[in-house]
Design a protein around this ligand. Structure first.
Ligand SMILES: Cc1cc2nc3c(=O)[nH]c(=O)nc-3n(C[C@H](O)[C@H](O)[C@H](O)COP(=O)(O)O)c2cc1C
Length: 265
């Protein structure tokens, strides 16, 4: 069993992506797996120029031999963890460049055979935490396209980083102990990905999730502070508006809760 970790951060070892992937892979090693890491900053994937050379059929990039080699490396792994930073409310360009050019030997959704090898996607956001879900949705769109069997997506922000680092080794164990479970067909693949957490999240859902993470963290260490109480109150107000079907009231309260909580953090 070989677990491959893909680190999409250009900051290499200095980034949180590296720290998280390292923990995931150490859990996989402890469960007996062989592991390897692909740092995209070393790979410097070129962007796809749409040259029309039938790469989806052949698996070969006519422009960049290294792209073909990368696809082979990803295709040879028994399980995968992909960790990408969030830039400008989406997956960063370095990771997107890999995604655009990867052509695994088992083919994309409408070609080749099902394989169902396990994969975990992680998106790492920074100061605001915003954009973590579009990035995660992009990673999972790519995993779905290539027919990986998904583990639940992991959103990371400064508000939940410590908790994710604590759990990371267990994700690695799960990957190491997984066996391929090919989908019965595209219908099962589509249903499986649609049923994953966060895949249908929009902007307001993201602010609600962030406000909840912040409120949980603040309450556990500083529950008596006025601003913490105000944050929790705004969050509850947002939920009440949502229950009453008032989307504008919900959005206003949730974003106020987020702002108040982030300031208090
Ligand atoms: C160009 C750029 C855009 C960014 N955009 C966002 C963003 O939209 N939301 C956010 O929360 N953090 C954003 N960040 C912060 C990074 O997501 C954050 O620093 C993250 O930790 C980077 O991953 P790394 O530590 O693995 O390098 C941005 C950083 C850069 C350089």
């Amino acid at each position: 069993m070989k677990v491959l970790g893909i680190v999409g951060s250009p900051r290499r070892e200095k980034g949180f992506s590296h720290r998280i992937v390292r923990e995931v892979l150490s859990g996989a090693q402890a469960a007996g797996a062989e592991t390897e890491v692909m740092y995209l900053v070393d790979e410097k994937p070129e962007y796809c120029i749409h040259c029309g050379h039938a790469c989806f059929d052949t698996g070969v990039c006519a422009q960049e031999d290294a792209a073909t080699a990368r696809s082979g490396q990803i295709g040879a792994a028994d399980a995968l963890v992909v960790c990408a930073p969030v830039y400008c409310w989406q997956v960063n360009g370095l990771t997107a460049a890999l995604f655009d050019k990867a052509r695994m030997p088992t083919g994309s959704w409408n070609r080749g055979a099902q394989h169902g090898r396990s994969a975990l996607g992680i998106a790492v956001a920074g100061g605001t935490g915003t954009g973590v879900f579009p990035a995660l949705q992009s990673i999972y769109a790519w995993l779905c396209l290539w027919k990986f069997r998904p583990l639940d997506p992991v959103p990371v922000t400064r508000f939940n980083l410590a908790a994710v680092l604590e759990r990371a080794a267990s994700y690695g164990r799960t990957l190491a102990e997984s066996r391929p479970r090919p989908f019965e067909g595209t219908w099962e693949q589509a249903l499986t990905y649609d049923a994953l957490p966060y895949m249908a999240y929009g902007r307001v859902d993201e602010f609600r999730w962030l406000a909840e993470q912040i409120a949980t963290g603040l309450e556990s260490r500083d529950g008596d502070r006025e601003q913490v109480k105000a944050t929790v109150h705004l969050l509850e107000q947002g939920r009440a508006y949502a229950a009453a079907g008032d989307r504008s009231g919900e959005a206003r309260s949730i974003i106020q809760a987020y702002r108040s909580g982030a300031e208090a953090w």
